[in-house]
Design a protein around this ligand. Structure first.
Ligand code: SAH
Ligand code: EXU
Length: 381
């Protein structure tokens, strides 16, 4: 079955739903907020704001409180910038994209409150905002030509379009690991290169000239994909699967044929692809680090005003929220509870002695103005 028909973050609002495990990404979204602000300001300076309707797409929006947070951030910023420039605030169209299996229903249920809050906060200045869902893969066309002003995506584009070929000798690893052979690292890197190039080409068609993208992805610190601890989350899963193999609960051949289809690029890899794919200018690139361990839980607890001592369980729940659909589709339902029970134990042990660094990279890009547009602007006076 194609990956686009299998992959989804866990639905609903239970302990291992993505909606209940998206605090970490929320922090990332807040960190990327200044990028969005800067991007919108630069669009205003370049006079991209001529439309009566500002159209935003959030690609890989998933389902949870973060989903509409982006829309609020963007709307607030645009209002500020428009007011500074004495322009009439536009209408907004927010297009939420994710794969077909995404829990859009849960997003729809959040909409009445979202609209109500907007209306309350903005009072008479309220400019209509229309939210729509656009299911489908961002590795295909999603929008008409030149229809988007801003594309946002957080923690989604590191997902590949498919499990790459040539991973047979990755043996009992389920992602890039210290013992992965060179051809496996290359296969993952090449697949990311192909997918991200395609992604840029597709969005180029869909953005207006001067339109922008702000993209946040998981990243890594070392050019060698096995050279830092960015994979330790997934190593916990591998260890848990191997324990199940020893206990006769899973088959060796099933582990050998299972590989997770994401890739966390180094910032240089991203920069190279963007520059090779000419029509976007790279306006900003930055790398953030978050430490998965004591520090960030303290931070998160302050953030949520909850005291949370069960880091192993939280870690295992987050990993489950992200990967369960892939495990269920490959190994069947029956292994899931045991797998994540083991994962919780292994995560607790791991976190007792390690702090894991999680790197993210955020880029902002502008679709270059083409010659014909410059020509029209020159002719108008
Ligand atoms: N942006 C949200 C959710 C990230 S979860 C946040 O920051 O919290 C990653 C999402 O990307 C998942 O919901 C997954 O279904 C989606 N995704 C992965 N590959 C995709 C693709 N090819 N097209 C559209 N969405 C995709
Ligand atoms: C996600 C991660 C993560 C997090 N990956 N998502 C959505 C993801 O796809 C690969 O590592 N959300 O909070 N993390 C850590």
């Amino acid at each position: 079955m194609p990956l686009a028909d299998i992959l989804h973050m866990n639905i609903g609002d239970g302990d291992s739903s993505y909606a209940n495990n998206s605090l970490f990404t929320k922090i990332e979204i807040q960190k990327a907020a200044p990028f969005i602000m800067r991007t919108i300001r630069s669009m205003a300076n370049h006079d991209v704001f001529f439309d009566h309707c500002f159209r935003i797409a959030d690609l890989g929006c998933s389902s949870g409180k973060n989903t509409l947070l982006i829309a609020s951030n963007v709307i607030n910023t645009i209002e500020e910038v428009y007011q500074e420039n004495n322009r009439k605030i536009p209408q907004f169209e927010v297009c939420l994209n994710d794969l077909f299996g995404n829990d859009f229903y849960n997003v729809f249920k959040l909409l009445p409150d979202f609209y109500k809050t907007l209306r309350k906060d903005k009072g008479d200045k309220f400019s209509p905002c229309f939210v729509s869902a656009v299911p489908g893969s961002f590795y295909g066309r999603l929008f008409p030509d030149k229809s988007l002003h801003l594309v946002h995506s957080c923690y989604s584009i590191h997902w590949l379009s498919k499990v790459c070929h040539g991973l047979e000798n990755n043996k009992l690893n389920i992602y890039i690991a210290k013992t992965s052979p060179l051809n496996v690292l290359q296969a993952y890197g090449n697949q990311f290169h192909t997918d991200f190039t395609k992604f840029l080409q597709l969005r180029f068609e869909e953005l207006v000239c001067g339109g922008c993208m702000v993209l946040t992805l998981r990243s890594r610190s070392s050019l060698d994909p096995t050279g830092d601890d960015s994979n330790s989350f997934w190593d916990l899963l591998t260890i848990s699967l191997l324990e199940m193999l020893k206990e006769g609960l899973v088959q060796e051949s099933d582990i050998i044929s299972f590989n997770i289809p994401f890739y966390f690029p180094h910032e240089d890899e991203l920069r190279d692809i963007i520059q090779a794919e000419g029509p976007f200018s790279l306006d900003n690139i930055d790398v953030f680090e978050l430490n998965w361990g004591q520090d960030d839980y303290t931070y998160m607890n302050e953030y949520t005003h909850e005291s949370n001592h069960n880091q192993g369980k939280n870690t295992s729940n987050l990993i489950r929220a992200i990967t369960e659909s892939l495990f269920t589709s490959h190994f069947g339902n029956s292994i899931i509870d045991e797998l994540f029970k083991k994962c919780e134990k292994n995560a607790t042990e791991h976190l007792a002695t390690n702090i894991t660094r999680h790197l993210s990279v955020v880029v902002s890009l502008t679709k270059k103005m083409n010659d014909s547009v410059v020509h029209i602007i020159l002719l108008v006076p």
